[in-house]
Design a protein around this ligand. Sequence first.
Ligand SMILES: O=C(O)[C@H](O)[C@@H](O)[C@H](O)[C@H](O)COP(=O)(O)O
Length: 256
Amino acid sequence: MKMRAERLHAERLTVLTPDPLPLREHVFDDSATLASALAKAVAADLRGAIARRGRARLAVSGGSTPRAFLTELSKQTLDWAHVLVVPVDDRWVEPDHPRSNERLLRETLLQGAAAQAQLLPLRRPTPTPESALLPVLTRVTNEALPLDAVVLGMGEDGHIASLFPDLGAHCKGHRDIGLQPSGRAPVLAIRSAAAPEPRMTLTLSAIFTAPALYLHIEGAKKREVLDTAARDPRSTLPIRSVLAGAPVVPQLFWSP
Ligand SMILES: O=C(O)[C@H](O)[C@@H](O)[C@H](O)[C@H](O)COP(=O)(O)O
């Protein structure tokens, strides 16, 4: 009887340690090498979309990590006049504010030949994101979806875009709208204790329309947060919803 109990116990342990959710890893020695490789990969996606459909739609994250990548992407040779760029999210600040993702894109990606690309801002000149939700949602739906490529960053708290771990605390339905893999609104107006300002963000229903999904993270701490979320089926972090719900295997671009 003892042997049987041990075998059962061993089987139970096997069941409790599921495989981590899939990621296609690209590891680089430093940020600059990563930025160049990611820019080349995304440029190839855009060229392919233009070749197939005559235009390409790209969503990119803001924050500090992507600056070098966005500058490298700007140098890629492609038919930029047929590219539409939309921020994955934006802070509800003036477009010339230092924390504006729209400003980041204009300073880095929309330079040189890439300045011919069309930018679809998520931020509008209204006092709150909630008051601009319908026009932004309409434009994103009609002009930006389906996306051809998305580059997500991640915070050390496991947020992606402006989908923070406390999603739903301010408005009950937001967690469902933001993190369901499909069938929900593509855009959400967000307030979070983790963000200094209100946000407008794409939801996973919009992000997951892209056949090319990149996760650009740098540093050991973020890598640890990612790996833990990938392994733990009980994780409620937004990055877990990305890994669990993505219709394509996300491509991780990581450097220490
Ligand atoms: O507007 C934003 O802040 C981004 O879209 C956000 O999702 C970002 O990717 C993470 O916060 C990581 O930001 P860092 O690159 O600055 O760490």
